[in-house]
Design a protein around this ligand. Structure first.
Ligand SMILES: NC(=O)c1ccc[n+]([C@@H]2O[C@H](COP(=O)([O-])OP(=O)(O)OC[C@H]3O[C@@H](n4cnc5c(N)ncnc54)[C@H](O)[C@@H]3O)[C@@H](O)[C@H]2O)c1
Length: 258
């Protein structure tokens, strides 16, 4: 029943085989979607080769560099989508960044620059990419971003990233309200803690994972594949009535009070 064949999906945020975006790209491909991805460019193009090799089995029809801090790169990414696909159906926003110094210690010590960088890359970029995607989603669409419980409750060391995720979840609601009349749905998946490049910057991430394994109703944390399956569902017509929501894929941890 879950069929994404004929749909064009742009998946952002693959860095390596642990990335949540990689789990999502695989499940969208399995459901039949045509896949495009970005990689974060740098002077040595460290990610380019890694991402190209990783995604090769999915036969991506688009692999583009894009740093969301560079407007011209964002424009070029969507120009490539328009040129090669003509239409976009699915946008996966699966990227975030905060400096390591901001992800441990006292929240009150967050610097102005650290705050601005975290919110620019992790929060504003959703609105930035959604604005560029909107005119290409001519037959409706699904935009999905990744958030974490630290945007709703206090999680030790998550600090400024919690503020960024709160803003991200709020952005989802405003974008969903604006884009609903165009049949574009916007949702967030709140994933349980998973070991990735980004999460390893958060102080005490392993303790967080162990705590979830002891406390969550399912007595474990989740996998990239489970998040990918939910993203595939939200991308599909099976979820045609769902927009503006934050869906928890966290082995149930969010419901626990103690
Ligand atoms: N891992 C977890 O425990 C967890 C839990 C809930 C939510 N999330 C969220 O999932 C998303 C993906 O993170 P992940 O855990 O898979 O880690 P990851 O390190 O694999 O992915 C983060 C991605 O962000 C990209 N990125 C960073 N700065 C960028 C920029 N300026 N322009 C473009 N791309 C940039 C990186 O290249 C990388 O691909 C993030 O939004 C993260 O907050 C992660």
């Amino acid at each position: 029943m879950l069929d994404l064949s004929g749909k064009n999906a742009l998946v952002t945020g693959i860095a390596n085989n642990r990335s949540i975006a990689w789990g999502i790209a695989q499940q969208l491909h399995k459901a039949g979607a045509n896949i495009g991805v970005n990689y974060l460019p740098d002077e040595k193009d460290r990610y380019k080769k890694k991402v190209e090799e990783l995604v090769a089995p999915l036969n991506p029809s688009l692999i583009v560099p894009c740093n969301v801090q560079e407007d011209d790169q964002v424009q070029a990414m969507f120009a490539a989508v328009q040129e090669q696909w003509g239409r976009l159906d699915i946008l996966i926003h699966c990227l975030a960044f905060a400096g390591k110094d901001e992800l441990s210690g006292e929240f009150s010590q967050t610097t102005r620059q650290g705050f601005m960088t975290a919110l620019e890359i992790s929060t504003f970029s959703l609105t930035q990419l959604a604005a560029a995607a909107k005119p290409l989603m001519t037959e409706g669409g699904s935009i999905i971003t990744l958030t974490y419980l630290g945007g709703v409750k206090v999680i030790p060391n998550y600090n400024v990233m919690g503020v960024a995720k709160a803003g991200l979840e709020c952005s989802v609601r405003y974008l969903a309200s604006e884009m609903g009349p165009h049949n574009i749905r916007v949702n967030a998946i709140s994933a349980g803690p998973i070991r990735t490049l980004a999460s390893s910057a958060v102080g005490g991430i392993l303790d967080m994972i162990h705590h979830v394994e002891e406390t969550a109703p399912l007595r474990r944390t989740v996998t990239q594949t489970e998040v990918g399956n939910t993203a595939a569902f939200l991308s599909s017509d099976l979820a045609s009535g769902i927009t503006g929501q934050t869906i928890y894929v966290d082995a149930g941890y969010e419901i626990m009070g103690m």
